[in-house]
Design a protein around this ligand. Structure first.
Ligand code: GNR
Ligand code: NI
Length: 177
């Protein structure tokens, strides 16, 4: 098992759409293990493969208070969305230090495969429904800040570009040979 690096906004790789998983083999099982380790270590309640620069339709989640209810979604698809929405604050491990309100359908029906490749359906509401939608957005290359106003998003982009530049300078200083 190994912890993986989480891509940070505005890294353009976060915009890559993920491809379906065709075979669930040892490679996929090892990847899922790494994703759980990375998510629990962060800590976060969900992680999409996109965030660790793997562009395949795989999500791990644990929305329990106790942090002992791991869930894996392979090739997830939302097949029904509620007509009713709610608004709640979201954050993202790829956009550390920022949270904002997002409006989303408040319930959904999901179809996915588990780690053995068996198809299942899941009805979700509340935080689980929110997390699922946030993670499936990652698989399409979407981020929660895409739902904010243009002005807010522009400001955020500038702020995070600056942080990325500073990070790069820091790396150059300490890593220069
Ligand atoms: O840890 C996370 N918390 C969270 C809170 C509200 C809505 C969505 C999330 S997901 C986030 C982890 C993450 O960035 N997953 O992609
Ligand atoms: Ni996220």
């Amino acid at each position: 098992m190994a912890k993986r690096e989480i891509l940070q906004y505005p890294d353009p790789r976060l915009r890559t759409p993920a491809k379906r998983v065709e075979v669930i083999d040892d490679r996929v099982r090892a990847l899922v293990e790494d994703m759980f380790e990375t998510m629990y270590d962060a800590p976060g309640i969900g992680l999409a493969a996109t965030q660790i620069d793997v562009h395949e339709r795989i999500v791990v989640m644990d929305v329990s208070e106790s942090g002992d209810e791991p869930q894996v979604l392979i090739n997830p698809e939302i097949i029904e969305r509620a007509q009713t929405c709610d608004i709640a604050e979201e954050g993202c491990l790829s956009i550390p230090g920022y949270a904002d309100n997002v409006e989303r359908p408040d319930a959904l029906l999901l179809r996915a495969q588990d780690i053995d490749g068996n198809e299942f359906e899941l009805r979700a509401e509340g935080l689980l429904a929110r997390c699922i939608q946030h993670e499936l957005d990652h698989l399409e290359g979407r981020l929660f800040i895409d739902y904010l106003s243009d002005l807010k998003r522009k400001r955020l982009r500038r702020r995070y570009e600056k942080t990325a530049r500073q990070r790069a300078e820091q790396t150059n200083r300490s890593g220069a040979v």
